[in-house]
Ligand binder design. Sequence first.
Ligand code: HMG
Ligand code: MG
Length: 296
Amino acid sequence: MTQTISLVEVGPRDGLQNEKQTIDVATKVALIERLADAGMKSVEGGAFVSPKWVPQMAASDEVMQKIKRAPGVSYPVLTPNRQGYEGARAAKADTVAVFGAASESFSQKNINCSIEESFERFKPIIEAAKADGVRVRGYVSCVLGCPYEGAISPSQVLPVARTLYDLGCYEISLGDTIGAGTPKETKALIKLLAQELPISALAGHFHDTYGQALSNIWAAIDEGVTTFDCSVSGLGGCPYAKGASGNVASEDVVYSLERSGLKTGVNLDKLIETSLWISEQLGRKPGSKVTLARSA
Ligand code: HMG
Ligand code: MG
């Protein structure tokens, strides 16, 4: 039987959150709709975070109100606290994501609280979401390294991932925020987490700073992971991880998986068109090798 891999397109959120130039609501809406039309079943639409911290995500409510939602597609948004959750609910989000970290320093820099405090913030979000029938995804940042602390061991990641899962997150997305991890490290991490968490509840979120992201995806697939985050044209970065580049490019993931006989349900040609279009909007070359090769 053909193995299916689920992709979570994070370009409209992770991809754009770090952009210096202003991107208007219409462009964000068009990007989200194009990605869903290309076959992405989950398209992260924005973040209900403080506009003082991440100005680019300020209009996420407007974006979420304006998108035409395709049947069978979910549009998760980031919610760091109860205030964010209320905003997401008002904008009719079907899925929200809480985001913690395996590193204390990153937690402080990114969400202004300790790891332990972050769990206390997430609890009421998850409780309210449960009552509202909203799904909650959990991110753990810095799973293969931290921009402030350096090396992070799998044993530091495990308790954070397990707590988010026990609190009620349906899936834990493992973020290599600085894109420094290698396949061997990825395998060791997944092996440890899989001892205590269902492998079906783990997802990979690999930034490509060191060019390791696609190799890490394959390493995680070898360990049984079947869900991965990716970003059209390789857009992205985190404002609180200086120098970190974008996520693995969605086109490169789709090309590699489909050519290897795995099914993603994504139309590569439409994805490439979207990549070329958003690159033009942003005034830069596409960050995907596949898109560059196909459009040469
Ligand atoms: P804080 O300053 O401690 O918050 O920030 P506060 O509760 O003290 O409130 C201060 C002000 O912020 C108040 O406004 C609040 O109303 C406002 P004021 O009275 O000063 O005018 N505020 C909000 N406004 C809108 N929406 C909200 C909200 N909450 C408070 N939800 C806070 C704490 C968590 C809000 C802040 O640190 C924050 O917004 N952080 C978000 C950082 C972020 O978005 N980072 C990028 C996403 S994570 C990522 O990229 C990693 C990932 O991709 C995985 C990976 O790669 O590793 C997911
Ligand atoms: Mg990220």
